[in-house]
Every structure is written in C-alpha cells, then in structure tokens.
Ligand binder design. Structure first.
Ligand code: DX5
Ligand code: ZN
Length: 218
C-alpha cells in the first residue's frame, strides 16, 4: 500500500490535493498531526481532518506526534480517522491508549522513532493493527532515510509473522524509488511518502505513486 503524506501537499488547497492523490491511486491518506512540543513543528488537528473527510473514501492513516494523546482520541474518531497511530513516548500508558483508540472505533497503531527498539512492540502486538517504523526523526518532510531502520523492519516482520495476525507494517520518512524497494524487501506492507509523491504537482502524482509500488521493481 502507498499512503501519501499530505505534509508535502499544498496546504492552501488540501481538499483538492486529497482528491488528486485519491484519483492517482493512493491506498490510504497519511495525515501527520504535530503539536510543536512532541516534535518541533506544528500542523493541524481534528477540525481540519473533519473538513477533509468528505473529499475521499480512502482510509485516513493518522499519525499523531502529540503529547498527551488520550484527551484527543474521541475528537479524532469524530473527525473521521480510520487508523490512529501513537508514539509510546507520548504518554506513560501506551497500552491503555491503544485500548482507548480501539474502543473509540478506530484501528490502533504504534510508531517507533529511529532510536526506539523493536522490542517495545512485543507486549503490544495484540493491541495494534499497524506498526509504523520511522526512518527519519519525526517533524519534517524531505529528510534522508536512516539505513539502520531496515534491520528494525526485519525484526518486526518476524514478530508479526509469529502472531499470525494481519498487522500492517508501515515505514515513514525518506522513502523514494531507491529506498522503497529495499523497505519492501525487508518486509513492510505500507509505504508513507511525502516529497516523493507530491513532487512535480498533480499531473505527476499517478506516476510518482506507481514508481513506489513493488510491481515496478520486480
Ligand atoms: C515526518 C512525517 C512524515 C513525512 C514524510 O515527521 O511523519 O510522514 O511527511 O515525508 P518524506 O516522505 O518527504 O520524508
Ligand atoms: Zn508520518
């Protein structure tokens, strides 16, 4: 699956941008929520997501880079998030947070910063539908892929296979036509891409998304 990150879209016309990546073949829409505290950047929150919801039927893959998370879970559910992914460092009780996300009717995800080990996921495997490996330090689009994260992907692939559960393994940060095939070979099933999808404007989105898919490389 390809989940374009709208962090690289034109914020002055987000509705149009979402319709364009939907038409271009996006499988999900990756929405980066930042609070200027958990990460050194600010983006948008539930009111913007709610306004975007009518523009596509594709799942909203919402990546929270905020602390705390718990007071906002119901607002993201109401706004139309399908997957809600949180960082374990964002609060003292990540297990409880993942349960609350499920109880609110969304699919819970856990995100691992480059410095966070794969092992943190082990006790959470029953509670997540998605594991997000950050291959850059979160906060900004357009950064370089951190190679060491491929080893973490392999470790997580093995952990997921042992559960027998259908958990999405997603990677986020610095994905392009050179790094995406290597991430897929290491075991990811979903690729987040911001700058690699939105470069060249709407007429290029279709080709940009196709270029990231595994079928292009085999
Ligand atoms: C970074 C965000 C990413 C970002 C990826 O904090 O989580 O989703 O938009 O951007 P690229 O693909 O340009 O590295
Ligand atoms: Zn993200």
């Amino acid at each position: 699956m390809i989940s374009p990150s709208i962090l690289s879209a034109d914020f002055a016309c987000l509705g149009e941008e979402i319709r364009a990546i939907d038409a271009a073949g996006a499988d999900m829409i990756h929405i980066d929520v930042m609070d200027g505290h958990f990460v050194p950047n600010l983006t948008f929150g539930p009111p913007v997501i709610e306004m975007l919801r009518p523009h596509t039927k594709k799942p909203f893959d919402v990546h929270l880079m905020i602390a705390p998370v718990d007071p906002f879970i119901s607002a993201f559910a109401k706004a139309g998030a399908d997957i809600l992914t949180v960082h374990p460092e964002a609060g003292p009780h990540v297990h409880r947070t993942l349960q609350a996300i499920r109880a609110a009717g969304m699919r819970p995800g856990v995100a691992l910063n480059p410095g966070t080990p794969a092992a943190i996921v082990e006790p959470l495997l029953d509670n997540v539908d998605l594991i997000l490996v950050m291959s850059v330090n979160p906060g900004f689009g357009g950064q370089s892929f951190i190679e060491s994260q491929l080893r973490k992907v392999e470790q997580l692939r093995h952990m997921i296979d042992q559960t027998g559960r259908d958990i999405i393994l997603e990677i986020d940060g610095g994905l392009n036509t050179e790094t995406a095939p290597r991430a897929i070979a290491a075991g990811v099933t979903a690729i987040v891409a911001g700058s690699a999808v939105f470069k060249g404007g709407p007429s290029a989105y279709g080709d940009n998304i196709r270029a990231l898919r595994p079928s292009v490389h085999v």
